[in-house]
Ligand binder design. Sequence first.
Ligand SMILES: [Zn+2]
Length: 281
Amino acid sequence: MLNALSVDVEDWFQVGAFENVIARDAWDGLEQRVERNADAVLALFEEAGVKGTFFTLGWVAERYPALLRRIAEAGHEVASHGWDHKRVFTMTAATFRADLERARIAIEDSCGQTPAGYRAPSFSIDKRTPWAHRVLAEEGYVYSSSVAPIRHDHYGWPEAPRFAHRPVAGSNLIELPVTTVEFAGRRLAAGGGGFFRLLPYRFSDWAIRRANRKDGRPAIFYFHPWEIDPGQPRVAGAPLKSRMRHYSRLSAMRPKLLKLLKSHRWGRTDEVVASEQSRAS
Ligand SMILES: [Zn+2]
């Protein structure tokens, strides 16, 4: 079964965990590492012989148009991660629409592709944003992969469906939630990011097999370019828990990813959306 491989393209200083420590207007003065890290991801995908989806911030697309062209020319899907990583539940429907528009224009100007897919920063579409999927449908998006149907300290919508569904009546927009597993009466996050990096390899490997075989559905997996960059600057002022999550096991990430990429079938998110169309409720 084809699983969705995705990368959320943002730099080390743009993550939700450091939001209260690093101001947005300081970003341009910081060491920029996203281009070399995303190039390392491209090399990794080439080595593994896989294609994937790069959910990219408009802020990054505007500054690194050549990177966006390299991603598109290598046959990967370019999709949107919003403008500057503001979480959707901090916006109104109107400011969300403006954020989408600004990111879309930056992506189109950089590589000529109109994003069909959107991923909310920090999976921030939840019960506080009942308008968000409707705005995406109105803006012409084919799919969203913006919901984490779990309970987590920073995000999550535990009541949301676990698999592809159509959240807007009268629209074909598909929401493809990040992968979870149900085990012993609990729902666990298993779609990547820090969970993949911090937990033993065999947990993610098991969770993907379980999604494919027991649930009969594709896994939706994601990670970030900064997760394969052990040399990134350390942010001193952030809470200890955030720093432990962000900096742990960075140097083990690349070989771990390569093993995962070679152990399952992976493709672009838009391909997986196409195969899920008939099954989405
Ligand atoms: Zn992000």
